[in-house]
Design a protein around this ligand. Structure first.
Ligand SMILES: *[C@@H]1O[C@H](CO)[C@@H](O)[C@H](O)[C@H]1NC(C)=O
Ligand SMILES: *[C@@H]1O[C@H](CO)[C@@H](O)[C@H](O)[C@H]1NC(C)=O
Ligand SMILES: *[C@@H]1O[C@H](CO)[C@@H](O)[C@H](O)[C@H]1NC(C)=O
Length: 417
């Protein structure tokens, strides 16, 4: 029975493998190439009434490679909320690899603002999409001052948003960057920035999906008489009689001024000075505590609330991408948002759009930096030349001042002749 079942399973999995390879699928590739994005994306009503809903527009930004392909969705107004979403024929990533990928360019030198995306189940009414709307994965950069500088990777699990235990780095240099999340059916993940791995491992290790297997036994606590002081004051050690504890003393060298008038000035007292013999506070010698019992260790018991889940990576419905941001400094450009079940497909999109854009941006940035440096150098030279000219003029004037009397003298001599 078991055996024949396994044969069937093996045959099935071969079929699945073949089918799986053929069925690599891109569920969403949003390119923001033209105004048609307005039909695909729904702007949420949230914050509209308060006048805090920021406007989006298409832009390829300052540096670009291909005017049309590099068009992206840009946030345009400072100190606004940006809330919009799109839906697509989505997937359950159960038994599948899920890849979420997008480009983002913060060319505004973003000081404070998020530039992450939310991926999740279809929203009943996209106009009602807002900060609290439940999502499955939140992924991407967030920056505010020096305190917040990270790539968020938050998973919603059983209704709770789980932050990664340790922050993931982020890029902040005005250029386009590619953020890729790979979520695998063996409960591992990988985060790439610009096609380089910056974080990877087990979902179980890096997020608290499951409750701890063991907890501290609530029926036990440290006994009142538990001695956990490693050292004590030596009871044999006594403060010496001669120990000087006065920090200040009346100055023995001061004497009452001759013109001191007790009636008018009151009684004379010498000024206080630091005591040269002061030894500081006396402290007894420390010795090991003979009663020391060691650190008290709380006994652990099995957690009655523990459960296992062999598939924390799995979401039943990923069919929505949402932008839900607060930006103090707007100007973020999103492009090439991809949801697919194949790393190869995601890489193909990146190679086609991101790689040439990144290369062009780097080149243009280098040219700009070079031009700036040259202008700076030219300005410096000009200033130097100007300073030198002024110095020369001053020197000339000084020379003239020195020469003039001589000439006069000469003239006078001449006259005398
Ligand atoms: C980003 O651009 C702004 C303005 O163009 C500039 O002041 C800033 O130094 C740039 N930041 C980086 C990291 O290059
Ligand atoms: C998970 O799957 C990936 C891709 O198949 C593989 O490279 C990796 O070694 C697996 N990790 C574990 C812990 O099974
Ligand atoms: C008082 O004056 C003497 C002589 O100048 C000096 O050696 C001594 O240190 C002084 N004492 C104090 C407490 O300043």
């Amino acid at each position: 029975m078991r055996r024949s079942a396994r044969v069937t399973v093996t045959a099935l999995s071969v079929l699945c493998l073949l089918a799986g390879e053929a069925a690599a699928k891109v569920y969403l590739h949003e390119t923001f190439d033209d105004d048609s994005w307005e039909q695909r994306w729904v702007l949420a009503k949230w914050k509209e009434g308060e006048g805090l809903a920021g406007k989006f527009e298409l832009s390829h930004g300052k540096f670009f490679n291909d005017e049309k392909a590099d068009m992206g969705l840009k946030t345009t107004q400072d100190a606004k909320f940006y809330t919009a979403s799109t839906s697509f024929d989505g997937l359950s990533n159960k038994d599948k690899t899920l890849v979420l990928q997008f480009q983002v360019k913060n060319e505004q030198n973003i000081e404070c603002g998020g530039s992450y995306l939310k991926f999740g189940p279809k929203i009943d009414d996209p106009k009602e999409f807002k900060g609290e709307t439940q999502y499955s994965v939140m992924f991407g950069p967030d920056m505010c001052g020096s305190a917040t500088r990270k790539t968020h990777l938050i998973f919603n699990y059983k209704g709770k948003n789980l932050d990664r235990k340790k922050d993931i780095e982020v890029k902040n240099d005005n250029l386009s960057h590619l953020y890729t999340l790979v979520l695998r059916p063996n409960n591992t993940y990988e985060v790439q920035i610009d096609q380089k791995t910056v974080a990877d491992g087990s979902l179980y290790d890096d997020w608290n999906f499951l409750p701890p297997k063991q907890i501290k036994d609530p029926s036990q606590s440290k006994p009142k008489d538990w001695v956990d002081a490693k050292e004590i004051d030596d009871p044999e050690d006594k403060k010496p009689e001669s120990w000087v504890e006065e920090k200040q003393i009346p100055d023995p060298n001061a004497s009452k001024p001759d013109d001191w008038d007790e009636e008018e000035d009151g009684e004379w007292t010498p000024p206080m000075i630091d005591n040269p013999d002061y030894k500081g506070e006396w402290k007894a010698k420390r010795i090991p505590n003979p009663d020391y019992k060691g650190e008290w260790v709380h006994p652990m018991i099995d957690n009655p609330d523990y459960f296992d889940d062999p598939a924390v990576y799995a979401y039943s419905d990923i069919s929505m991408v949402g932008i839900d941001l607060w930006q103090v400094k707007a100007g973020t450009i999103f492009d090439n948002i991809v949801v697919c079940d194949s790393e190869e497909e995601a890489k193909a999109v990146a190679d086609k759009y991101f790689v040439p854009l990144r290369d062009a941006e780097k080149k243009l940035k280098e040219e700009e930096d070079k031009k700036k440096a040259e202008e700076e150098e030219a300005r410096r030279k000009e200033e130097e030349a100007k300073e030198k000219e002024e110095d020369d003029e001053e020197e000339d004037e000084e020379d003239e001042d020195e020469e003039a009397p001589e000439e006069d003298e000469g003239g006078a001599e001449h006259d005398e002749l």
